[in-house]
Design a protein. Structure first.
Length: 294
């Protein structure tokens, strides 16, 4: 009889423990609480230009649509826009907004551009001179005749911060004092110490992995639409400030080439904007599920 009572008590205790663990798990705060959406360029900086539209116009339309989608599907998540009208913000100010709002994810929307394609259509003779005075003589040389035409480049790409800019990212993380756990927050070492730099670099590595994960999800969604994807890229020859200075996983999305007439038409169309923002929203939702576990 005593054994039966002990077994019953143990069973009840086990159920209570499991219930409490599940309750704690279900009330665990999400890691993605605030998402920053940045519409590239704006105001006096209109960015790349097509035949009838600008990058700033397209990015704002896409960002506003993405804001609407995410607010509807993630009602408990804060969505912060760096701009909602055609105004200018310096890139440093964009990063400051994201950091000040304590963003957990930074999504920057841009439109790509490519220089006109130059082809040689023939040659012409051009006179030039050598010497001075009575020794001055006239010569001729052949120079190419060029014809310019719109660049046929097309497709999407998503940038993450350049790996060789890790020190800049680490410095930003240190300045914001954002660490992995509450224990680290309570025991923050001197920000100039080697220990702080090591922790910041570990954070930057995590940001890098998460940024690549989100970037891959975005490009996969674009591919599913039938868009050509150039993949997740780093621009090592020149850092992108909003990716370097934001203290969170961050991506910069090139939604297409405005210098390609077909892509400019697509990005200005209702159907194109709906498809592109739905694809980005899908990727953000999948990323949030992957990070938050629900």
């Amino acid at each position: 009889m005593k054994g039966t009572i002990k077994a019953l008590i143990l069973l009840v205790a086990t159920h209570v423990f499991v219930f409490e663990m599940r309750a704690q798990s279900s009330t665990k705060p999400p890691k993605i609480r605030t998402i920053i959406i940045d519409a590239g360029h704006g105001g006096t900086d209109q960015g790349a230009k097509g035949t009838y539209s600008t990058e700033a116009e397209i990015t704002l339309k896409l960002a506003l649509r993405l804001d609407t989608l995410l607010r509807a599907e993630l009602p408990s998540t804060r969505i912060v826009m760096t701009r909602t009208t055609d105004i200018f913000h310096h890139v440093r100010e964009k990063a400051d907004i994201a950091n000040r709002e304590k963003g957990d994810l930074f999504v920057c929307i841009h439109v790509n551009a490519a220089p006109p394609k130059k082809t040689i259509t023939g040659y012409k003779s051009v006179a030039y001179y050598k010497g001075k005075g009575s020794k001055r003589k006239k010569y001729y040389k052949k120079v190419p005749i060029y014809k310019t035409s719109p660049n046929p480049m097309y497709g999407t790409s998503t940038y993450v911060w350049a790996a060789d800019r890790s020190d800049e990212k680490a410095q930003g993380i240190i300045a914001d004092e954002r660490y992995e756990s509450s224990a680290e927050v309570l025991d923050v070492p001197d920000v100039n110490s080697p220990e702080a730099m090591i922790k910041a670099r570990l954070w930057s590595q995590k940001f890098f992995k998460n940024s690549v994960q989100l970037g891959s999800m975005i490009e996969n969604e674009f591919t599913a639409l039938g868009r050509k994807s150039m993949g997740v890229l780093q621009r090592n020859h020149m850092g992108i400030w909003v990716l370097q200075a934001t203290n969170m996983p961050a991506v910069l999305i090139e939604t297409g080439f405005i210098t390609n007439q077909e892509e400019e038409d697509y990005l200005n169309s209702e159907s194109g904007q709906v498809e592109m923002t739905r694809a980005i929203a899908n990727a953000v939702l999948k990323y949030k599920i992957a990070v938050d576990g629900k």
